[in-house]
Design a protein around this ligand. Sequence first.
Ligand code: PLP
Length: 380
Amino acid sequence: MADDSLREIRFSRHHTTGKELGYIAEAIAYGYGLTGDDGFTAKCCRLLEDQFKIPRVMLTPSCTAALEMAAMLLGIGPGDEVIMPSYTFVTTASAFVRAGATPVFVDICSDTLNINSQLIERAITSRTKAICPVHYAGVGCEMGDIMKLAQKHGLKVIEDAAQGVNAFYRDHALGSIGDLGTYSFHTTKNYTCGEGGALCINNSDLIEQAEIIYDKGTDRQKFARGLTDKYVWQELGSSFSVSQLTSAYLFGQLEHMERIKAIRQRIYTRYANELGPLGREGLLRLPTVPKHCKPNYHMFYVLAERREALQEQLKERGIMAVRHYVPLHSSPFGRAFNRDMAGLPHTDQAAKMLLRLPFDTGLTEDEQSRVILAIKEFYK
Ligand SMILES: *Cc1c(COP(=O)(O)O)cnc(C)c1O
């Protein structure tokens, strides 16, 4: 007899809305090939533009690709510096490093784990070209402060909103505030097509050039609109478009963004309520969401002194709770860029203490009860 109380609870599972296959069949039946910016690709882009008030959204193969395209579009190159947190995913930095720029790491806040906007100004030099805030766990960075600083110093802002789709800062969608924003639709994110992403272009001056870079460096998009009779190589670009199979799948998820968010909110709220007493007793720390931020409930983490022991005890009960980043400034490749001798204490602390609990739309009440009980028993 199967014993449900022993079945492994994975950290995150792939989820579907049930609409994806039908849309993929529709894309195939359409009969005009599976490429192009019309069809489901256009549907996804227009939906994101309308919902989040973004002048132009372009789907890309990944958030990483969108960040790399952002670096090209802003002409970031050798000698330039880009300010960002160290507590982030590799490609926040590598997208700019491969363009020849240097990442400058700034510490995070101890509560939200987002870049500390108060520490950004002293990291600005004559070589600084851009700031790349990362909205960790779908909670907005202090974008008001960051945009003011950028304006004062003539810098561009690229929001890494990989985790921030359908989350808000003072009623502005994450990804819609900086000159550019990037989204991820990787299988581990809230809305997914396996591998996918988007570039949000909020600075309208950049749209025309973005269309060229997106399309192999050609003016094919003008040609597609009948504005020219042939398309030719205009500047250095690459291939950033996605298959209609990808966008058809994604549309099946984006159409149900609110339903998915509501399920995630329920799971998040239960973790927060039931683990709240442990937080108040100071046994562990729970996530902080500033009043002016509306999150998308991307993840639920705890910060625990005895993280390894907690993780081990959960594992013994078949519960997969996972750590997150090795900070970039202490990674084998990123170490070379670490120039802040004062260190990044809150970054190091998050790396040492953070544990993400199982979280996906398929997490059942019984499974969540097991996770909560196991944590409570650890602290008994
Ligand atoms: C997931 C993630 C990325 C990378 O997204 P891909 O779509 O897998 O390229 C980049 N930055 C952050 C903060 C992420 O969480």
